[in-house]
Design a binder for this molecule. Structure first.
Ligand code: COA
Length: 260
């Protein structure tokens, strides 16, 4: 299935969405933002999809940022609309009820890092570089970068990356907690698909419960977050998968989860 400016393919229960503007290092223009929003809406509702992998086409870039050519001529109200367009799409990614893995195959700059940070997990090639270079354009992050980097990696990293605009390499991104794992570029796809396959075999409603606890509970005071987790935990006892998982453990066999 091809839907420019994205490529969308299914590998069993794993949907792979590839931003497909390699000649522009996969920069996010309005059409690409809208296509991504629609693709994630579709992944959310398609029962055959259990995990999403997001990446960029070509050898150089995951996504090198919001499209600077499109942004150059915008007026303030249009700039705000462009920001909201990207922010709403990335919130769609972040709140997807299925795990989303960013396969960071090269530059993840500006909107590219913001997009990767809206995913639930990030695996980076050792050749990747990440950063928030908007300051070099007289701009600030506009798709949630200041907020997600702060929450993901803390104040020191968020201030350093946003104020200096300097990219960091994959090893430093790992040390800062911005990416989960760094692998040799040649192994990136295999490692990412192995992780995606593992998650595709996990209990979908429990995965969703974990995502909800961290997304929704993470916005609450600790007492409310713990209450929310307990409520979600209780709900799991209504699922066939919980019965299957516990029965399989006790029978010393592998569970087969159905998402019910
Ligand atoms: N928006 C629009 N076009 C972009 C882009 C972006 N964010 N990033 C790269 N491109 C385009 C370039 O304009 C160039 O197009 P052209 O061949 O039609 O001139 C093409 O992608 C290749 O980029 P180029 O700069 O020639 O590659 P490079 O290997 O020399 O440099 C980067 C790579 C990533 C260092 C450099 O492209 C860059 O700094 N990009 C902008 C990063 C940025 O500021 N992002 C935040 C935006 S808010």
């Amino acid at each position: 299935m091809t839907d420019a400016p994205l490529l969308v393919t299914d590998r069993d229960a794993v949907r792979v969405i590839t931003v497909n503007r390699p000649d522009k290092l996969n920069a996010l223009d309005s059409a690409t933002l809208d296509a991504l929003h629609a693709a994630f809406d579709d992944a959310a509702t398609d029962p055959a999809v259990r995990v999403v992998v997001l990446t960029g086409a070509g050898p150089k870039a995951f996504v090198a940022g919001a499209d600077i050519a499109e942004m150059a001529g915008l007026r303030p109200a249009e700039g705000r609309d462009f920001s909201l367009r990207g922010t709403r799409m990335m919130r769609r990614v972040e709140t997807l009820p299925k795990p989303v893995i960013a396969m960071v195959n090269g530059y993840a700059l500006g909107g590219g890092l913001e997009l990767a940070m809206s995913c639930h997990l990030r695996i980076a090639a050792d050749t990747a570089k990440v950063g928030q270079p908007e300051i070099n354009l007289g701009l600030i992050p506009g798709f949630g970068g200041s907020q997600r980097l702060l929450r993901l990696a803390g104040r020191a990293a968020a201030l350093e990356l946003c104020l200096t605009g300097a990219p960091v390499d994959a090893a430093r991104a790992l040390a800062l907690g911005i990416v989960n794992r760094v692998v040799p570029a040649a192994d990136l796809e295999a490692e990412t698909m192995a992780l995606a396959g593992q998650l595709a075999n996990a209990a979908p409603l429990a995965l969703r419960g974990i995502l909800d606890c961290i997304n929704i509970g993470g916005e609450c005071a600790i007492g409310e977050g713990l209450e929310y987790e307990s409520a979600q935990f209780g709900l799991m006892f209504a699922t066939e998968d919980m019965r299957e998982g516990t029965a399989a453990f006790l029978a010393r066999r592998k569970p087969a989860f159905t998402g019910r």
